[in-house]
Design a protein around this ligand. Structure first.
Ligand SMILES: C[S@@+](CC[C@H](N)C(=O)[O-])C[C@H]1O[C@@H](n2cnc3c(N)ncnc32)[C@H](O)[C@@H]1O
Length: 236
């Protein structure tokens, strides 16, 4: 199986993210013109995170969702984060010092979270669930570690539906993004995997149904950025 394959093994996913960890943040900024920070901030609002909240961010990568939560929880709150890629976590830990924000980053799999039932007020995932082999299993774990009445939020890329823009975006995503990945991250295959993984990922309505299957309630979603981003939010 090549690294561009749309359904890679978990070990291949980890290896791929280890490989692009050093350039991941730069590519995010380039591909979204910095807008990804605004999307995470809206995710924090929809997760109803406030001063003193305890939050878990899964598939945390280089930590931007966790840091967005930490800015709101303040020192009296708690933010933990897990990811399977040691190198993504190494970048995230280095950013704790730079951002002067403490997040408890840990190596861990979203399908087997190393936390007790009901430990958190909210659980977030940003651009991560697309890479997980068992979506319902991941949301079930996120639900398990949240208290009753807590919140689960999922930020993901989705396929736009607006005519003309849809075609333009399809070209940009399948041609320009791998080229950009080759140039800036020296890894064209990882950035060919990105459009392939979005194509096979459930549409927003199907994802809502999967979240319900995982036992989440009041599942809603917001479509942002002309239809390229879906922000799902639910109650535990
Ligand atoms: C596209 S990055 C997203 C990083 C970050 N959440 C963000 O918003 O930029 C996806 C991350 O999911 C992680 N990942 C993939 N499968 C995972 C799993 N089963 N459990 C935990 N993390 C996983 C990868 O290692 C990678 O760091």
């Amino acid at each position: 199986m090549t690294r561009v394959d749309a359904t890679p093994e978990p070990g291949q996913v980890r290896q791929m993210f280890d490989g692009i960890a050093a350039s991941y943040d730069r590519l995010n900024d380039m591909m979204t013109a910095g807008l990804h920070h605004r999307w995470r901030e809206l995710g924090v609002v929809l997760a109803q995170i406030g001063p003193g909240s305890s939050v878990l961010d899964v598939c945390s990568g280089t930590g931007d969702f966790a840091f967005a939560a930490r800015r709101v929880t303040g020192p009296q709150g708690r933010v933990a984060a897990v990811d399977v890629s040691e190198r993504m976590l190494a970048v995230a830990k280095e950013k704790c010092g730079r951002n002067q924000l403490y997040v408890d980053f840990q190596l861990g799999d979203v399908l087997e979270l190393p936390f007790e039932d009901g430990e958190f007020d909210a659980c977030t995932v940003g651009f991560g669930i697309r890479n997980v082999s068992d979506i319902v299993g991941a949301f079930s774990e996120m639900r398990r570690v949240c208290r009753q009445g807590g919140r689960v939020v999922c930020l993901e890329i989705t396929q736009p539906q607006i005519p003309v823009f849809k075609q333009f975006y399809g070209l940009w995503f399948s041609r320009a993004v791998p080229w950009l990945g080759g140039l800036a991250a020296h890894d064209r295959s990882a950035y060919s995997y990105l459009p392939a993984s979005v194509r096979r990922f459930p549409d927003p309505e199907s994802l809502r149904a999967l979240m319900e299957e995982a036992g989440l309630r009041n599942v809603r979603y917001e479509i942002l950025a002309a239809g390229i981003i879906a922000l799902h939010h639910a109650t535990v």
